[in-house]
Design a binder for this molecule. Structure first.
Ligand SMILES: *[C@@H]1O[C@H](CO)[C@@H](O)[C@H](O)[C@H]1NC(C)=O
Length: 422
């Protein structure tokens, strides 16, 4: 009888989130030389990296996940390289079960109540799509939904164009924002939806739509997102199987799949790596959709931001080498303005934002959307790493309101910067 009750509880949770695969997995905070930390990413699940400036050691710090089987081997490697480490979580499966319970209590990932969207929960892909269609129906003079194409598994990817002039005034600058390229970074989609809300529903500053056109892609990787809800909360990549080794290791890291120095980083060539770049540049339908959205109004696109989680950083080009684009100073200044606007509203316990060159702040990356968009000519392009506090990407629903509100302040500041310089 007892056993039956236990099975009902455990088996139910196993069916829901697939968390049992993380039974006994521990999280460690590891600190070391940049190159040593960078080398981990090809073999381990790196949850985040923290720039040297924020740590006292003058090094790079990462949070890594170690399975019971691989733990001893990695800890001794850390020792041999004089990398210091502390355990910060004892059993990831427990943390994931707690997160799932908290989300169900806030009735998340289920249904919207009525027509509005609330900022204390996470919605599934079909709910987001329905909401976008409703917005376009309610505000036809301002919002157009583009049915941009299907994901690898056949889900409709939609994005919105927001314009008071139907994208016909070619003198207006365009701002492009995408979210949820990485599946497990759940809070990115509410942030994108809140930006849409502030521009369209609440209209907090009419000049931001009167003088700027917006393209917002709130859920770029629906296959990965849905998979991260139902099967594997830690899933990051797409779910495609067009590459060799896909049966064992499906999916591609969308933010290594852009055609900028693609294929030049050995650590991104392994299909089983968390940062696998894919069989070719733009192999992923989800990433081709971002490409066409970006190219659709390229000449007048002034600012591109890709929303990611987590780490409190504005990162700008180049990532493939530690040099700056010609407008590096402007990239830095605009980044500081956005970051400062966010920091002013941040929780006391939040890390202050770091603004910097991606390769200097962290380490080399190839095939990123930030570098590709800069290379094709958009002046201001950033990877924005939102806050995770102590929850990494498992941001509790109760923090969503805080993050969407403060991030909007940064986006609005970026938009004003665009207006003042266009
Ligand atoms: C660094 O990469 C950029 C493109 O991202 C390229 O234009 C530049 O020439 C490279 N610089 C060096 C020193 O390799």
């Amino acid at each position: 009888m007892t056993r039956l009750v236990i099975c009902v509880l455990l088996c139910a949770s196993a069916v829901l989130g697939g968390h049992e695969k993380y039974e006994g997995h521990q999280l460690y905070r590891v600190s070391g030389a940049n190159a040593d930390i960078a080398a981990l990413e090809a073999h381990l699940d790196l949850l985040s990296m923290t720039p040297a400036a924020r740590t006292t050691s003058g090094k790079l710090e990462a949070v890594v996940r170690l399975s019971p089987e691989e733990k001893a081997q990695w800890l001794s490697l850390f020792d041999s390289k004089s990398m210091t480490y502390t355990k910060i979580a004892d059993n990831l499966a427990d943390i994931l079960r707690e997160e799932e319970a908290s989300i169900q209590m806030s009735r998340a990932t289920v249904k919207r109540s009525g027509k509005s969207m609330s900022w204390d929960t996470y919605y599934r892909h079909d709910e987001i799509n329905d909401y976008l269609d409703e917005l376009a129906a309610t505000y036809p003079e301002l919002v157009t939904v583009i049915n941009a194409g299907l994901s690898y598994e056949g889900r409709q990817i939609k994005y919105v164009r927001i314009s008071t002039t139907r994208f016909e005034n070619l003198r207006k600058p365009v701002i492009v924002i995408d979210a949820m390229v990485h599946a497990r970074e759940w809070v990115t989609t509410p942030v994108a939806m809140y930006i849409i809300n502030q521009l369209v529903v609440d209209i907090v500053d009419r000049s931001l739509t009167e003088y700027i056109d917006w393209i917002i892609i709130p859920l770029a990787n629906p296959d990965g997102y849905e998979y991260s809800i139902d099967e594997d909360r830690m899933w990051r990549k797409t779910r495609s199987k067009n590459h060799e080794g896909a049966d064992e290791c499906p999916g591609v890291d969308g933010n290594r799949n852009f055609d900028h120095y693609w294929g030049t980083s050995p650590s991104s060539a392994d299909p089983c790596s968390i940062i696998y770049e894919g069989p070719s540049a733009f192999s992923e339908p989800e990433i081709r959709i971002i490409r066409s959205a970006v190219l659709s109004n390229l000449e007048r696109t002034a600012l591109y931001i890709s929303l990611h989680s987590y780490g409190n950083m504005f990162l700008y080009a180049w990532g493939n080498n530690a040099t700056l684009p010609a407008n590096g100073l402007i990239l830095h200044l605009a980044g500081i303005r956005m970051a400062t606007a966010i920091d002013e509203l941040a929780l006391d316990k939040a890390d202050r934002y770091v603004v910097g060159n991606a390769a200097q702040v962290l380490y080399f990356t190839t095939g990123t959307s930030r570098d590709w968009t800069r290379a094709v000519g958009i002046p201001l392009t950033y990877t924005l790493e939102l806050p995770g506090y102590e929850y990494n990407f498992l941001v509790p629903p109760s923090y969503v309101k805080q993050i969407v509100t403060e991030t909007w302040a940064g986006i609005a500041e970026g938009a004003k910067y665009v207006l003042s310089t266009w």
